[in-house]
Structures are given as structure tokens and as C-alpha cells.
Design a protein around this ligand. Structure first.
Ligand SMILES: *Cc1c(COP(=O)(O)O)cnc(C)c1O
Length: 393
């Protein structure tokens, strides 16, 4: 009898041959600015723990208290019996934070995007989408059956042409990441939002990397560009700056009512353990009480970016704590990342298909938790290793 999963060996072998096989490094202990992966203590420039909250005592305490008070699980999907007081309390806080009428919690940013797009669009509809949008947006588009019109990265004239070609569609959704996760640049959200207005389209932004990072108080790109009232659907994540897990949609009350009835992740997948919601509330408390955390993140960002540029690196179009160090060649980017790791700096090598061919890079993310000393050490290693590989002089 033949083994029906035998093809996996071939697939894995092919990935290995093409140098695309990956197995993640093992984090031994807490997620922290300096921590241990694969037995080596490194300056960690890979996490989305922007504000250093993943190991914050106040968040840990909030999670522990919620476990004592509410147990470890919600016991059901949200729409059956798993709608807990603490979920709703978090949603009220998130709506106030985003300055919207309402907010709706999802299990992750991924399900928030995919579930929302698939719930509001169908086969009669069109999505106008930036080519660098996150995979969860792309999957949502696929699930919806809507036609996808992709415009080149941040090309507003091309987005307009997509909208002009969509006049016969039932509904049109214009969708973009707020901060692009591989390049660290910001969407041209004001231009897109007014385009959406002009064509009567729905405007949606995915602020996974912007929430807690960009805009006054870390409110995201809508706040940053002063676009309150111009963006119909804002997605945020609790998995990055919020340091725990989850996603949410912020928007109108009727949007939330509709999604609670139609978004399939809410209908068919269990809601968060109460400790996760409690952690997110504690994170929000902290972000509101200590805006200096965000200032510190940006001071570190400016310091590190300037350091990389002074070394002679090309840091692309980044405007946020995500800073790519452009390499070009894929094998070289991976070698660069490996050598940095050996010298005590963890920065991810990223190649095709995550980024276009010929645009391989090492991606760095600094956090508020890094000290100047951590970042200076990392820059010293970036200099030494880059000169060794002939990437800089
Ligand atoms: C990380 C990310 C998501 C997914 O968020 P999770 O909460 O980790 O599921 C969605 N969109 C973008 C742009 C992201 O970077």
C-alpha cells in the first residue's frame, strides 16, 4: 500500500534544495529585548514586543488575577456561551482608545482581517488592495470570493484606476496595511481614504504594526493622519505592542453588530481565555498611563536607524521601528542573519516569497525595552559582520 503522505518528503526535500526550508529558533525563557535563543544570549531585534510589555509585572499580575477570578477558559465560542464580561469590558476600552463607537474582539489579528473581509464582501464585490498587504487580508479576499484588484505599493493613481474599473461592482472595499510589516513604511492613508470617499467605497486599514506605536498615544495611523471619521473599519492586534494575543475591529456600532452575527471566526472558534483579555486591559492601562513608553520606542528607533545609516546600510523606506537592512541577494541575506546571530544579534533574514526576488533583507525591530547599550552593541556587530561580508566598507 502506498503512503498517502509520502509527497511530504518530496515537498520538504524540494524546500531544502531551494534553501527555503525553515525551522524557527527556540526561545528559552521570556520574550525580552535581550534573551536566549538556541542557547545563545542575543540582542533580540525580531520581536513585535514594541513596548516591552510581554514580561511586564503588571500584565502578569492582571493575568493571574483573572485566572483566579474567571478560570482559564471561556468554554465556548463567543456567539454561543463564551461571551464574558471581561471580553466586553476590553471592547469598550478599545473603542474608546480608537475613538470609535464600538470595537469587536477576535482571536487574532489574522482572524480579524480574514473574518471581517469575508463577512462584508461576496462574489459580486471588488477589493482594491495594496500589493504588500498582509497575508490575512489576502486570505480574507479569497474567502469572500470577491474580485481582487491589486495596485502597486502605495501607487494612488493605480488605486484610482482600480476603482474606476469597479463601478459596476455591488460593493468595493479599499484596504491597506497602516504600517507595512516588511518595509516599515506607512500607507498613504489620507489619499486612499479620500479616494474611497469619492467612489463610495468602504475604507479599511490594518493597523497591526501601528497600534501602540504610531499616532498620538499609539492610537494608530488614523490618529496619525487625522482621519477620524474617514476610515470605516480599523483592525488592530493585541499580539504585538499589546504583548499578548488577539485582534479587534474598531468602527461603528452597526458594523460590530453585523460582524458578531456574520464573522465566521466568532461563530465557529472559541473566544479568548479571560486572562488574555485581562492582560490586554492591563496593557491598555499602561499605554494610557505611561506615554513615555512610546516616546522611548521612538527614541530608540531614531538612534538605531541613524546608526545603521552611518554604517553605510540602505534602510529602505522605513518610517517606523521596523527597519529593513537591504541586502538584495537571498543567500547573502541569510548568511548575514546567521553571522549576526553568532555574534549575539538576532535579526531575521527575509527572502522570496515573503519579499520580492532581489529584495532580500535582514529585518530589525527595536523596542522600548532595549537600552542604549543593547543597541550600541548591536550596531557594533552590524558594522563588523557587514564589513566581513563586504556589504559595507
Ligand atoms: C501580525 C499581523 C497581523 C496578524 O496579527 P496576529 O494578531 O498576530 O494574528 C495582521 N496584519 C498585519 C499587517 C500584521 O503584521
Amino acid at each position: 500500500m502506498s503512503d498517502p503522505l509520502a509527497f511530504l518528503d518530496d515537498e520538504i526535500a524540494e524546500l531544502r534544495e531551494r534553501g527555503l526550508f525553515r525551522w524557527p529558533r527556540e526561545l528559552q525563557g521570556e520574550q525580552a529585548p535581550v534573551c536566549v535563543y538556541d542557547g545563545r544570549r542575543v540582542v533580540n531585534l525580531c520581536s513585535n514586543n514594541y513596548l516591552g510589555l510581554a514580561s511586564h509585572p503588571r500584565l502578569k499580575e492582571a493575568a493571574r488575577r483573572a485566572i483566579d477570578e474567571y478560570g482559564v477558559g471561556s468554554g465556548a465560542v463567543r456567539t454561543i456561551a463564551g461571551n464574558m464580561t471581561i471580553h466586553q469590558a476590553l471592547e469598550m476600552r478599545l473603542a474608546a482608545f480608537k475613538r470609535t463607537e464600538a470595537a469587536l474582539l477576535f482571536q487574532s489579528g489574522f482572524t480579524a482581517n480574514a473574518g471581517t473581509v469575508a463577512a462584508i464582501l461576496g462574489k459580486e464585490d471588488v477589493v482594491v488592495s495594496d500589493e504588500l498587504n498582509h497575508a490575512s487580508i489576502i486570505d480574507g479576499c479569497r474567502l469572500s470570493g470577491a474580485e481582487r484588484k491589486v495596485f502597486p505599493h502605495k501607487d494612488i493613481a493605480a488605486a484610482r484606476r482600480c476603482l474606476e474599473a469597479s463601478r459596476t461592482a455591488r460593493r468595493v472595499l479599499v484596504i491597506t496595511d497602516g504600517v507595512f510589516s516588511m518595509d516599515g513604511d506607512l500607507a498613504r492613508l489620507a489619499d486612499l481614504a479620500s479616494l474611497a470617499r469619492e467612489f463610495g467605497a468602504i475604507m479599511m486599514v490594518d493597523d497591526a504594526h501601528a497600534s501602540g506605536v504610531v499616532g498620538a498615544g499609539g492610537r494608530g495611523t488614523v490618529e496619525h493622519f487625522h482621519l477620524h471619521g474617514m476610515v470605516d473599519i480599523q483592525v488592530g492586534t493585541l499580539s504585538k505592542a499589546w504583548a499578548c494575543l488577539g485582534g479587534y475591529v474598531a468602527g461603528s456600532g452597526r458594523l460590530v453588530e453585523y460582524l458578531m452575527n456574520r464573522a465566521r471566526p466568532l461563530l465557529f472558534s472559541t473566544s479568548h481565555p479571560p486572562s488574555v483579555a485581562a492582560t490586554a486591559i492591563a496593557a491598555l492601562d499602561l499605554i494610557e498611563a505611561e506615554p513615555a513608553l512610546i516616546d522611548r520606542l521612538w527614541e530608540n528607533t531614531r538612534f538605531f536607524k541613524a546608526g545603521l545609516r552611518d554604517l553605510g546600510y540602505d534602510t529602505g523606506q522605513s518610517e517606523t521601528p521596523i527597519t529593513p537592512v537591504m541586502v538584495g541577494d537571498e543567500a547573502q541575506a541569510m548568511r548575514f542573519s546567521d553571522s549576526l546571530f553568532e555574534e549575539g544579534v538576532f535579526a531575521l533574514g527575509i527572502a522570496y516569497p515573503t519579499v520580492p526576488r532581489g529584495k532580500a533583507r535582514v529585518r530589525t525591530i527595536v523596542t522600548a525595552g532595549h537600552t542604549r547599550d543593547d543597541l550600541s552593541r548591536a550596531l557594533e556587530v552590524f558594522g563588523r559582520v557587514g564589513r566581513g561580508l563586504g556589504l559595507i566598507r
